[in-house]
Design a protein around this ligand. Sequence first.
Ligand code: 5GP
Ligand code: ZN
Length: 112
Amino acid sequence: MDKDCIFCRIAAGEIPTEKVYEDERILVIKDVNPAAPCHVLFLPKQHSGSLLDSGGAIVGHMAEKVPEIAKKLGIDEAGFRLVINTGADGGQTVNHLHVHLLGGRSLAWPPG
Ligand code: 5GP
Ligand code: ZN
């Protein structure tokens, strides 16, 4: 736990948030500033700064849970997008690994 990390503080229950799913390793929460009608974040409870130092197993665990969560949110049939912003050029603003799940509208490609 990094006490200066907002997602660690959310995972520790110090900051209230709308949880969509939780297990022993990850949390899925609603994004506070949604970029699409449906926008949730998958975050590991254990801190890692980005995909670069996450290992990879935890990303696999999050990916495994995506179908279940997409179904729960009602976006599995229409489709959705997963995004892992990494570093400055990737647009990462919170330095705790997280996966965006976006859906609920047709999403443009390529991203800006
Ligand atoms: P990034 O730009 O790092 O890929 O994404 C960070 C995301 O976290 C942004 O979409 C932002 O809206 C969201 N976010 C930042 N602070 C909080 C917070 O305190 N609670 C929640 N639920 N989302 C947050
Ligand atoms: Zn953290």
